[in-house]
Write a protein that binds this ligand. Structure first.
Ligand SMILES: Cc1cc2nc3c(=O)[nH]c(=O)nc-3n(C[C@H](O)[C@H](O)[C@H](O)COP(=O)(O)O)c2cc1C
Ligand SMILES: [Fe+2]
Ligand SMILES: [Fe+2]
Length: 385
C-alpha cells in the first residue's frame, strides 16, 4: 500500500509470477493489478479491484487505511476479471454501491451477480461527492471492452484509466522507476488497444478538456509525467508508422528463410528498419509491439498439406485480429508440388494492406533477382510514406 496523493492510496497487487495473459500473450515481467482507494472527508471509493486469487491481499491493503465495511463506492472502470474479479468479495464484505456505465451494469450482473439495487449507473460527466474530493466519470468505451470508462479525481487531477495507458510489468511504482517502460507500453498497446485505435483516439481527444497531473492505470507503473505516455498514445492511436518492416515467417527446411534473407538485404541497404520473427520461436508480444509502428509486413510461409503451415495461419490471424496500421505487404512462399498458397495468403490479408509483391517458389530458391526487386520496390513504397 502506498499513498500516491493526499488520501489517495494504491492498494492493488503485483503478480510477479504470471507469464501468460488471455491465454495468448507472454508476460516476461509479470504484471500488476492496480486498485486505488480514495478517502474523502465524508465518503470513500475503491477504484477497480484485482485478479481472482489476490482478494486477501487487496483486503489487507484496504484495511490498513480504512474498515472495508465502511466502503461507500466501488467503481468499476472495466468488467474484465483481472480488475473486476474481486468485486463479489468486496460487495459481500461492505455495503458499497457499484458505480459503472450502463453497459458495465449489464456485465456486472452477468459476470459478478451484482444485484440491481446495489448498482448506480453513471454517464459522461456525472460526479460523486466524497466530501473534500470529487470523482467525475468519462465514458471511454472499447478500451478494452465495450463498457469501459475513466474516473477523474477532480481536486488531485488524477486520471484512473484502467487498461488504457497500462503496461504489463510488475516492476516499479512510478514511470521513472522502469527503464523499458515505453517498449513495454508499446507491447501492451499492440496486444490490447491496437484493434480499437479509433476509440483510443476519441478518448484522448476528450482528455484535452482535463488537466491531468497523474495517470493511474490498472496495470504497470503510475505516470507522474503523463505527457510521456500521452505523446506515445497520440502517435499509436493515429496509426503513425515508421520506415520499418516486420517480417513474420515460418520455415521447415529453410527455403522460405532463404527468401527472407534475400529480401532483407535491399531493405537494410535502403535504411529501412527490419524486425524479423520466426514464428516457431517468436514471442507474440514482441510481434504485437512491432506491428504497432511498422509500415510494411513480409509474410513468409511454406505450403503444408495443401494449405499454409499452421504457424503462418496463426500469424495471419494475429494480423487480422490486432488490426495494425500497416500499409504494404509482401508474401513469400515455398512449395514442393502444388502452387496456390500465395493466393490464399493474399485473400486472408486485411484489405487495408496493399500487396506489393508475392513470390511462389518451387523448393529452395535459386535466383535472387525477383525477390531482390520486390525488396527494392517495397523500400521505395515505405519511403514514400
Ligand atoms: C509436412 C509437410 C507437408 C507438405 N505439404 C505440401 C503440400 O501440400 N503442397 C506442396 O506443394 N508442398 C508441400 N510440402 C512441401 C513444402 O512446401 C516444401 O518442401 C517447401 O519448399 C518447404 O519450404 P521451407 O523450406 O521454407 O519449409 C510439405 C512439406 C512438409 C514437410
Ligand atoms: Fe481488459
Ligand atoms: Fe486489464
Amino acid at each position: 500500500m502506498i499513498m500516491i496523493s493526499e488520501n489517495v492510496f494504491s492498494v492493488g497487487v503485483k503478480d510477479w509470477n504470471r507469464r501468460l495473459f488471455d491465454a495468448l500473450i507472454p508476460l516476461p515481467k509479470g504484471t500488476s493489478y492496480n486498485s486505488y482507494l480514495v478517502k474523502g472527508s465524508d465518503k470513500n471509493a475503491l477504484i477497480d479491484t484485482v485478479n481472482p486469487g489476490f482478494e486477501k491481499e487487496l483486503i489487507k491493503n484496504i484495511s490498513e487505511i480504512t474498515d472495508l465495511r465502511k466502503l461507500n463506492y466501488l467503481i468499476m472502470n472495466h468488467a474484465e476479471p483481472d480488475h473486476a474479479g474481486s468485486i463479489p468479495v468486496i460487495m459481500e464484505r461492505s455495503s458499497a454501491v457499484l458505480i459503472t456505465t450502463k453497459k458495465g451494469a449489464e456485465m456486472a450482473k452477468i459476470y459478478y451477480k451484482v444485484p440491481d439495487n446495489r448498482i448506480k449507473v453513471v454517464k459522461e460527466g456525472d460526479t460523486i461527492n466524497l466530501g473534500d474530493k470529487t470523482l467525475r466519470f468519462i465514458e471511454a468505451p472499447w478500451l478494452h471492452w465495450p463498457e469501459t470508462m475513466f474516473s477523474y479525481l477532480v481536486e488531485d487531477k488524477i486520471l484512473f484509466t484502467c487498461d488504457f495507458f497500462g503496461s504489463h510489468t510488475a516492476f516499479g511504482i512510478y514511470d521513472e522507476d522502469v527503464e523499458d517502460l515505453i517498449s513495454n507500453s508499446q507491447r501492451y498497446f499492440g496486444e490490447i488497444m491496437m484493434p480499437y485505435r479509433a476509440m483510443g483516439k476519441a478518448a484522448i481527444e476528450k482528455l484535452k478538456n482535463y488537466k491531468v497531473n497523474m495517470i493511474a492505470p490498472s496495470h504497470g507503473p503510475i505516470y507522474k509525467n503523463p505527457e510521456i505516455i500521452l505523446d506515445q498514445y497520440k502517435k499509436w492511436t493515429a496509426g503513425e508508422t515508421r520506415e520499418k518492416v516486420i517480417i513474420v515467417y515460418t520455415t521447415m527446411w529453410n527455403s522460405t528463410e532463404k527468401m527472407v534473407e534475400t529480401i532483407m538485404k535491399p531493405l537494410i541497404a535502403e535504411g529501412i528498419e527490419v524486425a524479423r520473427y520466426n514464428l516457431a520461436n517468436a514471442d507474440i508480444g514482441d510481434i504485437a509491439k512491432d506491428l504497432v509502428d511498422s509500415r510494411a509486413i513480409i509474410l513468409g510461409a511454406p505450403t503444408v498439406v495443401g494449405s499454409l503451415h499452421p504457424l503462418a495461419l496463426h500469424g495471419l490471424q494475429l494480423v487480422n485480429t490486432l488490426k495494425p496500421p500497416i500499409k504494404y505487404g509482401v508474401i513469400l512462399n515455398s512449395y514442393g508440388w502444388g502452387k496456390g498458397a500465395v493466393v490464399k495468403i493474399i485473400e486472408q490479408l486485411p484489405k487495408s494492406i496493399e500487396p506489393v509483391g508475392a513470390v511462389e517458389i518451387n523448393g529452395p530458391p535459386t535466383d535472387d533477382k525477383e525477390i531482390t526487386d520486390i525488396g527494392v520496390k517495397l523500400a521505395q513504397k515505405i519511403k514514400q510514406g
